[in-house]
Write a protein that binds this ligand. Sequence first.
Ligand code: IMP
Ligand code: MG
Length: 188
Amino acid sequence: MPDLKVLLSRDQIAKRVAEMGEEIARDYRGQSIIFIGVLKGASIFLSDLARHVPLDATFDFIGISSYGNRPTPKEDPAGHAAWDSLGEVRVTKDMDNSLADRNVILVEDILDTGLTLNYISKLVQAHQPKSLRIAALLDKPERRIKKDVKADYVGFQIPNEFVVGYGLDYAERYRNLKDVCVLSLPPS
Ligand code: IMP
Ligand code: MG
């Protein structure tokens, strides 16, 4: 059985997500915004975050997949270095709404190498939004390849460990855990 250790409890997450929502609400006071969630990992974070932003808001989602197989934590427990070559991203579900002249907040579960958000930010910028900011629940700064990719709103900076729960998966599982947990698989 894989070993799961709580890194961020549901209470810590709830408190921090509420603070992030309040900060966003202050920054965009009197304006409307569109939250764009990156499927599937950001879905739970987006739904909690948006409920702490009492402004005129709409939702959209973008689906992306990275080329190649990202190694599992078991294959690469030290920090999945083989991911580093994978800069290519493909859109599997495009956004439904026009973003021209909108205040866009990109919502992502975790900012890791930065390759995904680098790609999506460029895609969104091409729509000429009024503004674009990034909200990421988690940030692994040690892993950044795209150094210029930064989140404007960060929930927690975490060490270089593979985490699951609260939307984050390992092979599509564990997204429904209430806490963010470090996943380690036993040696085979
Ligand atoms: P990036 O493109 O390297 O920044 O990676 C972002 C994506 O990689 C996230 O949206 C996640 O889907 C995935 N990812 C990165 N680190 C983890 C992790 O620790 N657990 C689960 N998924 C992760
Ligand atoms: Mg993701």
